[in-house]
Design a protein around this ligand. Sequence first.
Ligand code: CA
Length: 362
Amino acid sequence: MKKIISIVLIALMGLMAGGASAAEAPQGNNEIILHAWSWSFNTIKEHLPEIKAAGYTIVQTSPINECVVGEGGGRQLFGHGKWYYHYQPTDWTIGNYQLGTRDEFKAMCAEAKRLGLRVIVDVLPNHTVIDRTQINARLDSAVNGRENLFHANGLWPIKDYSDRYQCTTGEMGTLPDVNTENPDFQYYYMQFVNDVLACGASGFRYDTAKHIGLPGEMRDPKSPENDFWDVAMGRKAVKGLRLAVPREQLFIYGEVLQDRNVPEQGYAEYMDLTASNYGWVLRNVLNKHDARADNLLTWHHSVDPAHLVTWVESHDILQRPRLGRHERRAHPPGMGLPDRPQVWHTAVLLTSSRQHPRQLLG
Ligand SMILES: [Ca+2]
């Protein structure tokens, strides 16, 4: 525990309110998630007993997919941190140079299971590596050619994030937008998902989830049907392949950042959601050292709080080079991360509670 605390970068509170509707998840909605941001599989495995002793119930890994080896490799966290590259998939297979091999991942999951902990994996089917020359040939083959990998609109930058067509089919921050509705891609991606589950994972965090469209939303010209989420959640098979574990046994939440025109209720039909506005409020309160500086008494979200995952700070806030205005403001002076590139063991803590914020405030 002591060591864990010493290596934690961000130990702040997230909340998930109590309620019956999240009971579909077998362990309920009072999970405590350790976001083992950029920890290698071996590092997580080594510290599992301490993680367990500290009270966590779930460990969330950084993306485990094959990714680009950016700027000559290395594991620098701060400054121009290399963590950014595991968010740039070159293929959807398990293992990358930053986190470790498939065997190491499997061994870590087995040890977690032995200790009664669950592992969830940060996944990002929405986009590939920025430098498309780095894409693995296997991925091109899986979709019968590079021309089938991306949306027709997928190389056009998103200019208006509140335009759902742009948001779901366009290029987000120079990251090429995958045709997530291509059945060939879905089949390939679900093989990855099922392999992750076979290795012992118990769920996922869907990065950039709001950039993958919902049924009924405007389709990309190359998309036959907006059915990615039906496939990903096991409601629908693709080419005979289906999610290998019943959905109700998995813990899945999506990064659906709140903004204008985001169909929060539509995403909540499929997964739990990040309560990003509440996170901003929490940061604001902490920043001002005054619990009354903002309204902590509501979740600032339209979805049943039983389906919300909140956090105060994460890698997107402290390390991402292109921070949003709110996020930049919320980064309190003196709370910045020390420039210690040797510190590879970092974490973001997401804690949860059945208590409503009103209760927490007494
Ligand atoms: Ca997309």
